[in-house]
Design a protein around this ligand. Structure first.
Ligand code: MSP
Length: 506
């Protein structure tokens, strides 16, 4: 039985169109999925859209359309962008789908049946125009901060999840699973929230009807977060296919931004425990992608859209930058200049140049036919070390570390060429030996780098005369030294990554 790897992104709200913050998480999940497919694992990669709740209902109202129309339109935008970025998700979930309603109702019913949901009263200052509760601190001159109108004291009967009873079970789970939340700083943050003591949380609303109906109480819908989190279970068959669910759960890897840590690292594991299933195996938390030191937002008008960067850097240039330059964990400041530098250094000068040099020398000195590598090449050890480090990086959900390791190998192959200067040699066994080794590195690099830059790797593969694609290869066999057969026609072709001019300063 092959191992299974289940990876998810958060599901994105459909009130906002996709920007590079969303793309950052999704590209990372995609690269991980591609890496695990190379390892021969069975992979499910899930992304999707979060379509219920007040936020979406309001934005539909502002656009003069129904919430369903709003969801249909924006969900399609997300799908388009993922296609543009060569995202290979196996499933795309929308929370307005029937399969999700069935699953949410089954999941919450299980919590209810297990005795962890009770009726209670939610009371607070309410703005009818907003259909939302505010605290004293939110008010401006005692009025609603949005409408400037008086708020009223409202009490609503709600269903409450007894989160308070899960303080100790969660602490026990954290202790038994010290690696479940990464990085450690985020694990400590989650533990801090739990140690403060948890209060019961309201999971239903009567003030809005854009949501999944509460099965045991007509007129209530679930609060959007309790519907949203369950998407991860829905997609692998919760409530509809228990055999499938058992195959994929709890071996799930959730990627998420630090803004939604509390929901994922406190509420979600507690909901799983309450429903009688294991909490997720891994919660990998990343920081914000900042623009000019600030979080991107519609109101600040500082959003950057993937298509604009793809126009300048290509799909692979886009993917590579976010995977290599924004380490997974801390916040990262987006910089166009840095993107240009990274593209020119790593993609144009390193990978692109290696292929161009090899193809040129093979054309001129080897009659266009690639020679086989030497079994005793000094590059064989470099490859072995690079493979280990690359694999360890992907395993640790640290794409920047993995790619740095793969690029060290490209650098070593370029250095090997510079040390030997095959372009100055006469045709013969000496040139063949150097070029055979360089071609073998290109073959292995095409496999190792394919999770990040799939298009370029396919090009490399074809140009050195190999059949199939790098994605069809299986690791670790494909990284073993010596598989380039030699005797294949090598094609020079156009530059893989034409250099990009840095924008003029100022
Ligand atoms: N719908 C909820 C998530 C429910 S998951 C069960 C939500 N959606 S969101 O669209 O607002 O944001 C989702 C995720 O997008 C964030 O957690 C993060 O992963 C990513 N990002 C959105 N803006 C971002 C940045 N500026 N930087 C990095 N990631 C960001 O929250």
């Amino acid at each position: 039985m092959p191992e299974r790897f289940y990876v998810t992104t958060p599901i994105y709200y459909v009130n906002d169109v996709p920007h590079i913050g969303h793309a950052y998480t999704t590209v990372t999940a995609d690269a991980l999925a591609r890496w695990h497919r190379l390892l021969g694992e069975e992979v499910t990669f899930l992304t999707g859209t979060d379509e219920h709740g007040l936020k979406v209902a309001r934005s539909a109202e502002a656009n003069g359309i129904t919430p369903q129309e709003q969801a249909d339109r924006t969900s399609a935008r997300f799908r388009e962008v993922w296609e543009l970025l060569d995202i290979t998700n196996d499933d795309f979930i929308r929370t307005t789908e029937d399969r999700h309603t069935v699953s949410v109702q089954a999941f919450m019913q299980a919590i209810f049946d297990n005795g962890w949901i009770r009726k209670g009263t939610y009371a607070g200052l309410y703005c009818v125009a907003c259909e939302a509760y505010y605290t004293e601190a939110d008010l401006v001159d005692g009025n609603c901060p949005i409408h400037g109108r008086p708020v009223e004291w409202l009490e609503e009967d709600n269903w409450f999840f007894e989160l308070s009873k899960f303080t100790q079970p969660l602490l026990d789970w954290y202790e038994a699973n010290p690696d479940a939340v990464q990085p450690e700083g985020k694990r400590n943050e989650a533990l801090g929230l739990i140690r403060q003591g948890l209060e019961d949380v309201s999971v239903s609303r009567t003030s809005i009807d854009w949501g999944v109906p509460v099965p045991w109480d007509e007129g209530h819908v679930f609060y959007v977060w309790y519907d949203a989190l369950i998407n991860y279970a829905t997609a692998v068959g919760y409530g509809s296919d228990s055999e499938r669910f058992a195959q994929w759960w709890p071996e799930v890897h959730h990627l998420l931004g630090k803004d939604i840590l509390r929901f994922h690292c406190v509420y979600w594991p507690a909901m799983c425990l309450a429903a009688g299933i294991e909490p997720p195996k891994k919660l990998a938390v990343h920081g914000f992608l900042l623009v000019g030191g600030e979080k991107m937002s519609k109101t600040r008008l500082n959003q950057i859209f993937p298509a604009d960067l793809v126009a300048d850097f290509g799909v692979d240039g886009f993917r590579y930058h976010f995977l290599r330059d924004t380490p997974f964990g801390p916040d990262g400041d987006f910089s166009y200049e840095q993107m240009v530098t990274r593209y020119n250094t790593d993609l144009a000068n390193n990978l692109g140049n290696l292929l161009a040099r090899v193809a040129t020398v093979v054309t001129k000195k080897c009659g266009g036919i690639g020679p086989a590598p030497s079994p005793t090449s000094p590059l064989a050890d470099v490859v072995a070390e690079a493979y280990e480090a690359t694999a360890a990086g992907w395993q640790a959900i640290a794409p920047s570390v993995a790619l740095e390791a793969t690029w060290r190998l490209i650098g070593a192959a370029n250095a090997h060429l510079e040390a030997n200067e095959p372009w100055k040699m006469e045709p013969g066994p000496q040139v063949d030996a150097v070029m055979g080794d360089a071609l073998e590195v290109l073959r292995i690099v095409a496999v190792l780098a394919s999770p990040a830059v799939p298009r370029a790797c396919e090009q490399v593969w074809q140009r050195i005369g190999l059949e199939g694609t790098p994605c069809d290869q299986r690791l670790p066999e494909a990284a073993a030294w010596g598989a380039y057969p030699g005797g294949l026609a090598v094609e020079k072709g156009a530059g893989l990554f034409p250099r990009i001019q840095a924008p003029a300063a100022g």
